[in-house]
Ligand binder design. Structure first.
Ligand code: ZN
Length: 68
């Protein structure tokens, strides 16, 4: 007869309680782990912030300088 040791864990994804086999190092419940697997790795995510527009600030400054 074999026993599987399980620990009661709080999911770091949804905060729900779930049973984890002690030898595993999962921090998410089955629902969250499958859901998170669908997402790309955090490193491949696009950088936060607005996309930059190429404004012609340099040419505007040059024109203003000539007028003064
Ligand atoms: Zn969860």
């Amino acid at each position: 007869m074999t026993f599987t040791r399980v620990t009661l864990k709080v999911c770091e994804g949804c905060g729900g309680l779930w049973f984890r086999a002690q030898e595993l190092n999962e921090v998410y419940c089955a629902t969250c782990s499958t859901r998170l697997r669908a997402f790309p790795a955090p490193r491949s995510r696009r950088l936060a912030g607005r996309p930059r527009k190429n404004r012609r600030i340099t040419t505007q400054h040059a024109a203003a300088g000539r007028e003064l």
